[in-house]
Design a binder for this molecule. Structure first.
Ligand SMILES: Cc1cc2nc3c(=O)[nH]c(=O)nc-3n(C[C@H](O)[C@H](O)[C@H](O)COP(=O)(O)OP(=O)(O)OC[C@H]3O[C@@H](n4cnc5c(N)ncnc54)[C@H](O)[C@@H]3O)c2cc1C
Length: 539
């Protein structure tokens, strides 16, 4: 992807760029598949909303002359910066609900611009909302700040999109925060390097957004969260620059970088970071394994996660998740195991993982081959079908909304010892709510990540929608699932962040003294309380 492509016109509703998306025939085919597989009936296929039909208030304020050249109040730009990409956002968007549009969108070109925008916001009590790719699914970028503020400015980081410096010896690079995933990888490729952090939203999310939300990439063991790759980070706060020292590790007290990692725009605007990189992999070994009993698949996943083999992928799909994504026929769970290396062939690791699967009665539907240097090795068969559905996730999500179906995911993490009871409680609560509000519904589970001490289960809910009631239907299911997660000791999010959406459950999860300490830190960095108010904590 070139820089020009990275700056194509983003859609204001739905995933990706203008001119992209699934054609109507393909959307309708998804509706037919869901009917056949799960008995849910789609409504008439709705069109994406037209700009002229949006309900959006007039701006409450104007940028000062000194910032005018960085700012836009164009309706389309305000719409792009109003809603994230969750099911709820998409339903509200298709109904034209853009009531929380920012008054101004600012596009800083350098750190001085960021400082100037924050200075203006602090002086006039305007909420400042950092915006990366806008792929938040937790209302993290929505300027829902109430009347206590004179208005809201969305600070879009798209122009800070360069790899500034590459240190080949330490295998790291200084990278600006507004770079989108593909454009970042394109700039690292000539150096033979990769960040190798691939969230499903990779195409439409940024380095700054990843750091601010503690995102998780799709590699399912070892390095998962972006946290592990941050060597040093810089943010502009309303009090000035916050820059951490660039180090491979340090034992000097609590880590100052960790205060910013996961701060979700509440402390300042992350502008650049030194990131640990990896050599581009050359060797791959991959195969799917099938299990008749999901309990066996859990056992094999745990054995692999605790073996020290560290496969790049160890992705478990239960029977229904395999059927949902088209990777299986619904009779077996599927564990996709992939090894990758830039340095060595992987036969020994792969054979051992295959033995562990076989210890739990797992069999592979394909003939196991050894290491391949073919980049497509992991892209064929059931593993390939799942991968294609994963990559198309954003566009498929739009399709479900256009079909009037209720379809959303939620995710968590729990230790292995508690997982079976936890999973049963979450499934029971979610299925009961989904059947109550949708009549016909399906809940499936995959593991997004597998740690030695526990999995990160990721649930998909599909239900029949009732025209006009989809938001209430999903809200009831989400509340039941989230209550069950918190009651059974899990986390409200493993990688989707807190935002505004998860606040009721995050407020129960985090220790009260932590909230006090974080609030105090926030008052130091942001005395006027302008940074993304309502996210993580009340100001
Ligand atoms: C289809 C789909 C798939 C997804 N898959 C994954 C996945 O696999 N893994 C995962 O972790 N998440 C996933 N997400 C969620 C989302 O993509 C992540 O939270 C991502 O990290 C957000 O990055 P962004 O650049 O889009 O940030 P935005 O959505 O723009 O912002 C997210 C939050 O970070 C803050 N922020 C953004 N940039 C900055 C900055 N420079 N400085 C300070 N604060 C900032 C914002 O204020 C907001 O609170 C998915 C979302 C969708 C819609």
């Amino acid at each position: 992807m070139t820089l020009a492509e990275a700056q194509r016109t983003r859609k204001f509703w739905g995933w990706g760029y203008e001119g992209e998306g699934l054609p109507d025939a393909e959307v309708e085919e998804i509706g037919r598949e869901m009917q056949t597989r799960f008995g849910v009936t789609a409504q008439a296929t709705a069109a994406a909303p037209a700009l002229a039909s949006l309900s959006m208030p007039e701006p409450r304020l104007q940028p000062p002359q000194s910032l005018a050249s960085l700012c836009s109040q164009d309706q389309r730009e305000r719409a792009v910066h109003t809603l994230g990409k969750s099911y709820e956002d998409l339903v509200r968007g298709i109904r034209g609900d853009y009531g929380n549009a920012p008054d101004v969108v600012a596009y800083p070109r350098d750190e001085q611009d960021v400082e100037n925008v924050l200075g203006w916001c602090a002086e006039h009590h305007v909420a400042a909302i950092p915006f990366g790719g806008g792929s938040s699914v937790v209302r993290g970028i929505e300027p829902d700040v109430g009347d206590a503020y004179a208005g809201a400015v969305s600070i879009d980081m798209r122009h800070l999109n360069r790899v500034l410096e590459v240190d080949r010896a330490s295998r790291s690079a200084l990278i600006q925060a507004g770079v989108l995933g593909p454009h970042l990888e394109e700039q690292l490729k000539p150096h033979g390097l990769t960040l190798r952090h691939f969230p499903q939203s990779f195409e439409m999310s940024t380095l700054g957004g990843w750091i601010a939300t503690r995102s998780g990439g799709h590699y399912a063991t070892l390095f998962t969260h972006i946290d592990e790759f941050v060597e040093g980070v810089t943010a502009i706060t309303p009090r000035g620059t916050y820059e951490t020292r660039r180090l491979p590790g340090s034992g000097a007290g609590p880590d100052p970088a960790r205060l910013l990692i996961g701060s979700e725009g509440t402390l300042g605007v992350i502008t650049r970071a030194w990131m640990r990189l990896q050599d581009r992999p050359r060797f791959r070994a991959s195969a799917p394994f099938e299990f008749e009993r999901v309990e066996d698949a859990w056992g094999a996943t745990r054995a692999i996660a605790q073996s020290g083999l560290w496969p790049a992928n160890c992705r478990l799909l239960d029977q229904r998740e395999a059927l949902f994504s088209g990777a299986g026929d619904g009779t077996r769970s599927l564990l996709i195991v992939t090894f990758e290396s830039a340095d060595h062939p992987l036969d020994a690791w792969f054979s051992r993982a295959a033995e562990l699967c076989s210890d739990f009665r797992g069999t592979s539907p394909v003939e196991l081959s050894g290491t391949s240097s073919d980049a497509d090795a992991a892209h064929r068969g059931a593993a390939g079908a799942w991968r294609n559905a994963f990559i198309a996730g954003g566009h498929r999500h739009d399709a479900f909304v256009r079909l009037g179906l209720v379809m959303e995911t939620f995710e968590t993490a729990i230790t292995w010892d508690r997982f079976p009871e936890f999973h049963a409680a979450v499934m029971t609560a979610t299925e009961a709510a989904a059947e109550r509000v949708c009549g016909r519904a399906m809940v499936s589970c995959r593991f997004a990540y597998a740690y030695p001490d526990g999995p990160a289960p990721y649930y998909t809910v599909l239900g029949q929608g009732r025209a006009g009631s989809e938001l209430e239907q999903w809200a009831e299911i989400k509340a039941a699932a989230s209550d069950a997660i918190i009651a059974a000791g899990g986390t409200i999010t493993h990688h989707h962040a807190v935002g505004r959406y998860h606040r009721p459950w995050y407020d129960q999860e985090r220790p009260p003294l932590f909230a006090e300490a974080y609030r105090a830190a926030r008052r130091v960095l942001d005395p006027a309380g302008i940074m993304n108010p309502g996210v993580l904590l009340d100001p």
